[in-house]
Design a protein around this ligand. Structure first.
Ligand SMILES: C[S@@+](CC[C@H](N)C(=O)[O-])C[C@H]1O[C@@H](n2cnc3c(N)ncnc32)[C@H](O)[C@@H]1O
Length: 274
């Protein structure tokens, strides 16, 4: 199995558990109350009125729609939309004249998200099946690309940034929450596939994130930490994955963080035609 199959498999299982009514799935990166990465991201007022399964399936590491500027009439695309929480929140913000797309590769997550859309009764939403490395939308068709804890899961992040750049209109915004690393991480953690699918091992180093976005063509790039994981958090997310937690946790304390990453597609991309 390659990393994409492992990721698809894990998130399919989580979607099934939520659809079957599990109150808490308790694994890393799955919205359990003890998970330091996914817990406590949304305030009550923001999620009031959303279908409970959309909230229960929240597997993000931030709250991109609270930090992104979204305006009525805009088109928003959520990369790796999961159970759809950020798509439904975006749809409210862009209103009936706007549109919110969710893109996900996992059938079980798409089924859950579409059911949540039906329960929410929103018409300006569409969930698309596909991969964030090959976005099934035309060039220059989106105002804002959001994402919540998904880009770290990709084995080809350059491709994801190139695709986000392609589908954004000139002047369009990239506004994502993701896990980011500051400093060195032990190779044992980087190689651990369970920690990859748990949103940890595949995280980009902060400067690398910025340089990859710049290489894709973005400007106005900013990385804003929203939560830095201390030693107890590190113990929690490293536990149960075959890592020597006592040895590894002190080495990664304060090195993993959730961050909000903003960037912009320039109005002129310098190719002569615009
Ligand atoms: C950590 S969950 C986050 C879900 C959602 N953004 C949230 O905040 O609840 C990751 C989601 O991204 C999807 N995903 C992971 N890698 C993907 C890829 N390369 N292309 C499309 N979807 C992907 C998974 O199927 C899963 O639904």
């Amino acid at each position: 199995m390659d990393v994409k199959d492992l990721v698809r498999d894990k998130y399919a299982q989580l979607a099934i558990r939520v659809a079957e009514g599990a109150s808490c799935c308790a694994a890393s990166c799955c919205g359990g109350s003890a998970d330091p990465i996914t817990s406590g991201l949304y305030d009550e007022a923001q999620i009031a009125g959303l279908p409970p399964d959309a909230v229960q399936a929240s597997l993000g590491c931030g709250n991109p729609t609270a930090l992104a500027e979204l305006h009525p009439g805009e088109v928003v695309l959520d990369l790796g939309s999961g159970g759809g929480i950020d798509v439904l929140l975006s749809a409210k913000r862009v209103g009936p004249a706007g549109r919110a797309y969710g893109l996900d590769m996992t059938d079980e997550m798409l089924a859950l998200a579409r059911e949540n859309q039906r329960k929410a009764g929103v018409a300006n939403v569409e969930f698309l099946k596909g991969e964030i490395e090959r976005i099934p939308l035309p060039d220059d068709s989106v105002d804002v690309v959001i994402s919540n804890c998904v880009i770290n899961l990709s084995g080809d992040k350059d491709r994801v940034f190139a695709e986000a750049f392609r589908v954004l209109r000139p002047g369009g915004r990239f506004a994502v929450s993701d896990v980011v690393v500051q400093g060195d991480i032990p190779a044992e953690i980087r190689r651990n596939m369970e920690l990859w699918v748990g949103c940890v091992a595949g995280a980009l180093e902060r400067d690398e994130y910025v340089s990859k976005l710049a290489r894709a063509g973005f400007d106005a790039i900013r990385v804003e930490p929203t939560r830095v994981y201390d030693i107890e958090d590190a113990r929690a997310f490293l536990s149960g994955h075959g890592v020597d937690v006592d040895a590894a946790a002190p080495l990664v304390r304060d090195r993993f963080m959730s961050a909000f990453i903003r960037a912009r597609k320039p109005l002129s991309t310098g190719h002569g035609s615009d």
